[in-house]
Design a protein. Structure first.
Length: 751
């Protein structure tokens, strides 16, 4: 038998963790509460399976962020001896990166991955959010629709939902039943054509097309089922239908699938995540082993007890006892302030006190439901000279000069990426104006060719000889660099990009758009930072028998890693700054001191969630996630009045605060008695009297007014545990089910 030193992956584990790590085969669900060592269990399990003789290349581990994948990969690498046979080829990555790799490998040969007979070329571009928005805006214009009546965000959401259900534009159109759906279907079709013409996929396409390929291409599916003999899925509660389809298609035959997650942390329904995937796991896999991990190693006793009591109010969950062996620590502070300025000053004062006690700025975070709430916190931090960063995901890669540089790289990889060509054709200025470009684009449309192909025929578009020569020079530059992609080794990527930056004049172009000398220096540095990032980029580990990585392969992977970056990937825990971020973006992170601001009705829970019990439960999970980011200190704040759209409005503390047990909180009232109406300090800690629907006059037949839906009549009163739902038929909004405790209904005519 191997000693502990020879099996480091089995040391320092609790009994439930050890059972999860050493589970031999068959489906397993690990219900991992916050701070319960989820990543430790996954990485130790991978190391254990490799030590048991399972080849690393036959293990597939899927997660949601590049950062999580990198941490998992590094931990496994540290655990498994470098001379252990079969340790190479482990596939750890995000769903999107895994699907992108499959589409590059199989997409061009698999008709099932294409749509309407259009294959996917291996060198497809991945459109980021800005590119997708531009393509969708073009589709809306092509459909002759008024963008005021048909806003991009709404249509984008409906198209994303259709792709999550694996519906192409044609299939969505076939199911359309009303004017709106038929209109969205028309835009979807034009958007799909725009992407196909440019050999581009958006984020949803990566999942949808892979899922369809695995669903409809038996040969590809069987090859992958034979290759990946064990499947692990992290953050399983966040999977949508397409991700569910991909993972379960591969695991369907051998049933060796381990999913790790927590229904109580499912907070992404708005982007397609389906909590039913984790709640119904045992239905999909009868006989599955279920192991709860309830011990929290992150947070103190008061914080864990507080979060546990809050989440028990949800019904859509799998119960597990949350507990910790850590001391109780200080109770969470629940503060009611006069307004948002007082709130910001209170939070910053608490942070300054923590700093004086030895807590570093990088160990503090402010979380909020809506990004707009960050402004007053930013003002307060700046006034006190406290460094901070706002988590904005791929902010560096959204800067103009950086996007110009990436545009050149994308144009090298994908010859029909018209979006990138339009961006860079006159960067730096080379005398190719908008009028000349329109003439060339007209040629492209008339002849049904790409913009790149039309540029090669530019003289036939009737442009000047001087402009034509500029276009010739631009195309020659691209052709010369493209010729290196297939023949040079991957190690040259950083130097290759640095050389392109110099020859293309991208530093000069960046400086030309600067406001002053310092701004010019910063912009030039940003351009060079792209080359630096490429030089330090480490491509995914190749299979043992795979051919050597080329410069083109490395460039494709580098661009893909940028396109698929997530919000939390932008957080550097070593930076000495306070972090400001949304509750959604905070998932998976932890800080010594956490302040959650704006815990008020309409903000948290958000007003949009109040129409359904399911929506309110997700909002409660969101607060639960935020609270469990705190290790030692937790602040929860609300205000008596807050400015909204230029008007100061009275507010009501969130009903969630009434669900917090009084013995674990410290109440702070900074309003000098100026609470609004019934909203007093008894609303916190469960001490406010709960009125029944009948006592409040909310009976069947009562006519009520809702701030969003207008006038309606109560049709049904439905008790739901400690909450009550009412079904209201509104005159204009139709029938809605609302949670009475949050809906703020006003009685117009009593029954």
């Amino acid at each position: 038998m191997q000693s502990a030193s020879e099996q480091p992956w089995l040391t320092d584990l609790t009994e439930p963790q050890l059972r999860a790590v050493t589970h031999e085969s068959g489906p397993m669900l690990v219900l991992a509460g916050p701070g319960s060592g989820k990543t430790r269990v996954i990485t130790r399990r991978i190391a254990h399976r490799i030590s048991c003789g399972v080849p690393a290349w036959s293990i597939l581990a899927l997660t949601f962020t590049n950062k999580a994948a990198a941490v998992m990969r590094a931990r496994v690498d540290a655990l498994v001896a470098h001379d252990l046979p079969g340790r190479r080829g482990l596939a750890i990555g995000t769903f999107h990166s895994f699907c992108a790799g499959l589409l590059r490998r199989y997409g061009s040969q698999s008709p099932a991955a294409g749509l309407g007979g259009a294959p996917i070329a291996e060198n497809f571009s991945i459109f980021d959010a800005d590119d997708s928005r531009a393509a969708l805006k073009s589709a809306i214009n092509q459909a002759n629709l008024d963008s005021m009546q048909w806003p991009i965000a709404g249509i984008a959401s409906e198209i994303s939902a259709a792709k999550n259900q694996l519906k192409s534009a044609a299939e969505f159109a076939a199911c359309a039943t009303d004017f709106r759906e038929r209109t969205v279907a028309r835009v979807y079709g034009l958007y799909e054509k725009n992407l196909t013409r440019e050999n581009a996929l958006d984020f949803d396409d990566l999942l949808m097309r892979t899922a369809r390929m695995l669903r409809d291409d038996k040969a590809v599916l069987e090859e992958l089922q034979g290759r990946y003999l064990e499947v692990l899925v992290d953050e399983y509660q966040d999977t949508n239908h397409a991700q569910f389809t991909v993972a379960h298609a591969i695991a369907r035959v051998h049933r060796s699938i381990c999913v790790v997650g927590d229904p109580d942390q499912s907070i992404y329904a708005w982007r397609g995540a389906d909590i039913a995937n984790i709640l119904d796991f045992e239905t999909h896999y009868p006989g599955a082993v279920v192991i709860p991990l309830g011990e929290n190693f992150r947070s103190t006793g008061h914080i864990v007890a507080l979060a546990d009591q809050l989440i028990r109010n949800n019904s859509a969950r799998r119960h597990k006892d949350l507990f910790t062996a850590l001391p109780d620590g200080r109770p969470a502070r629940v503060a009611r302030l006069i307004d948002e300025v007082s709130e910001a000053n209170y939070v910053v004062d608490e942070f300054v006190s923590a700093s004086r006690a030895g807590v570093q700025w990088k160990e503090m975070a402010v979380l909020y439901r809506m990004n707009a709430l960050s402004r007053t916190i930013e003002d307060a931090l700046r006034r006190r000279g406290i460094p901070y960063i706002i988590a904005r995901g791929t902010a560096f890669y959204e800067r103009r000069e950086v996007r110009d540089t990436l545009g050149y790289l994308r144009a090298l990889i994908n010859t029909v990426d018209d979006t990138s060509l339009r961006r860079i054709i006159n960067v730096p200025a080379r005398g190719i104006g908008a009028t000349s470009l329109r003439k060339v684009e007209n040629v492209a449309v008339l002849r049904g060719i790409s913009l790149g192909a039309a540029l090669e025929q530019a003289r036939q578009a009737g442009i000047s000889e001087r402009t034509a020569r500029s276009i010739d020079g631009f195309l020659m530059l691209l052709a010369r660099y493209r010729s290196e992609l297939a023949v040079k080794p991957a190690e040259n990527l950083g130097a290759f990009i640095a050389r392109l930056i110099g020859e293309a004049g991208l530093e000069r172009a960046a400086a030309e758009s600067a406001d002053d000398e310092q701004d010019a220096l910063d912009r030039k540095a940003n351009v060079q930072e792209v080359a630096n990032a490429a030089a330090s980029f480490v491509p995914a580990e190749r299979e043992p028998d795979a051919p050597a990585l080329t410069l083109g392969d490395a460039l494709r992977e580098f661009l893909q890693s940028i396109a698929l970056a997530a919000d939390s990937d932008a957080i550097d825990p070593e930076r000495g700054v306070v972090t400001l971020m949304s509750l959604h973006a905070a998932k998976g992170l932890e800080f010594h001191t956490v302040a959650i601001i704006g815990i008020e009705e309409g903000l948290l829970p958000h007003a949009r969630s109040l129409a359904s019990g399911e929506g309110v439960e997700e909002e409660r999970r969101l607060l639960f996630v935020g609270m469990t980011r705190a290790e030692r200190s937790l602040l929860l704040t609300s205000v008596a009045s807050r400015a909204s759209r230029g008007v100061r409005m009275s507010t009501v503390s969130s009903g969630f605060l009434r669900e917090l047990p009084a013995q674990h909180i410290e109440l702070i009232d900074r309003t000098a008695g100026r609470f609004n109406g019934a909203d007093d300090e008894s609303a916190v800690g469960g001490t406010r009297q709960q009125h029944s629907p009948a006592a409040r006059g909310m009976n069947v037949g009562t006519t009520v007014r809702h701030t969003q839906f207008g006038i309606g009549r109560i049709e049904a009163v439905l008790p739901r545990g400690s909450m009550t739902s009412v079904t209201v038929r509104f005159r204009t909004a139709g029938e809605r089910t609302l949670v009475l405790e949050y809906a703020k209904l006003e009685i117009v005519v009593a029954s």
